[in-house]
Design a protein around this ligand. Sequence first.
Ligand SMILES: CC(C)(COP(=O)(O)OP(=O)(O)OC[C@H]1O[C@@H](n2cnc3c(N)ncnc32)[C@H](O)[C@@H]1OP(=O)(O)O)[C@@H](O)C(=O)NCCC(=O)NCCS
Length: 152
Amino acid sequence: MIVRDARAGELRLLADTVAGQPLLERYEMSADKLERELTAALSRGDQVLVAEEGGRAVGFAWFLATGTFGGGGYLRLIALEPGCEGKGLGAALCDEMERRVSLGSRNLFLLVSHWNAGARRFYAQRGYQEVGTLPAFVRPDTDEVICWKRLR
Ligand SMILES: CC(C)(COP(=O)(O)OP(=O)(O)OC[C@H]1O[C@@H](n2cnc3c(N)ncnc32)[C@H](O)[C@@H]1OP(=O)(O)O)[C@@H](O)C(=O)NCCC(=O)NCCS
């Protein structure tokens, strides 16, 4: 498995690969919408890392390297192809994101849905603290938990 920068020409396939992830369905993120969002992200200069396994991109981490609360990185979205969870791909994507963000910033932030117990355990294990909640920030039925990691 390798982690590398996403290429503009692969975003359609990547979006199709990942869009069946229940988290994305719950946020009404179709493959078309995800492709548009990732394309706009790359053209704005956001970073998108992909995890490639057997020559196929099977997951991504989309993040901003700085700017959050004046100076922190922000993980906008991480998702894997359904069935690819629990094999270390998420950890490898986060390792590389944290390495890159730490070059210019001491802090990394992300939001996680209050009901996403698996992801909340994943981040807690990686040293993210839950420091607050944004009630119904994105969806009326979901609170977003603010997670913060001091990188250095
Ligand atoms: C959350 C996500 C990125 C984690 O990536 P992953 O590749 O499944 O996780 P890894 O295999 O790298 O796991 C690393 C550690 O976290 C733990 N972990 C991962 N997913 C977990 C889960 N659902 N529940 C409990 N622990 C979990 C593992 O036990 C592992 O610890 P270990 O190495 O000590 O055994 C991935 O499962 C995913 O894309 N989920 C669906 C989308 C999502 O929820 N995204 C987060 C939005 S904020």
